[in-house]
Write a protein that binds this ligand. Sequence first.
Ligand code: SPV
Ligand code: MG
Length: 299
Amino acid sequence: MNGPTPARRLRELLARPGIVRLLGAHDALGALVAERAGFDGVWSSGFELAAAHCVPDAGVLGMAEQLAAAQSMAYAVRIPIVADCDTGYGNAENCAHMARRFEAAGVAAVCIEDKRFPKLNSFAPGAHELVSVDEFVEKIQRARDARAGADFAVIARTEALVAGQSPGEALERARAYADAGADAILVHSSEALPRRLLEVVRRWDGRAPLVLVPTTYHTVTAAELEDLGVKVVIYANHGLRSALRAMQETADEILRNGCSTSVEERIATVATVLELSGTMAAAHAADPARRPLATAGAA
Ligand code: SPV
Ligand code: MG
């Protein structure tokens, strides 16, 4: 493979000034859309993947399915893939296996969360139970120890605020996870007005980069988060949600009108689909040994 590995590219993004923006995806096409739009990387979203399979985002899909999705994204684009690995597929031993497999698949980073299995999506009503700090620290350490190269990143996500804990408790967990070697800390919140989250951000001592997912507090801009010291922002599910709405409208309209003419102006052309898929085919033809270049002129 030419150039730096995906893991190295993510390291470089984390080291350079400015906020890093990831877009959620659940397949190679979504990842390619993110890359072409100019996102720095892709969030391989468990929520999107579960929704695409019409199953709850509650630990129903396993590692093999999430790995296959992340691998196909890593194959299609050159921007780094950060894989949402839910709770790490079991105990610390499973986390070691997870790290080896995702790294070997060309993924830049894995992200594990401190929920008890089976996790529940953070926006779903119900009990959000966490594992102990010690149990999660062991998962982080085993995942890190299992890496083949030092660039591959392990991101630790705390669901303390989602579980109703205080900013102080969230900070305590975040500090323990960073001290255990997590390369970045994702602090999740399901609040529309993220007062408790912003308290965590303000009180964070910077021992590891902070990652935020502004799904419910979407009026906060990336520039504002950057000013607060946040390093990575993830738009976790906006590709799927926009595609879903468009697909529903198209399906309804075709049945209502008896033909597709009224939607043709709004939907992607067949030529666009051919071009996006053909880009990969052309790259294969040019050099079968090389990863396909998804974006013309990509470094
Ligand atoms: C995902 O995209 O799967 C996430 C983010 O984990 S969230 O859905 O907000 O939990
Ligand atoms: Mg998820």
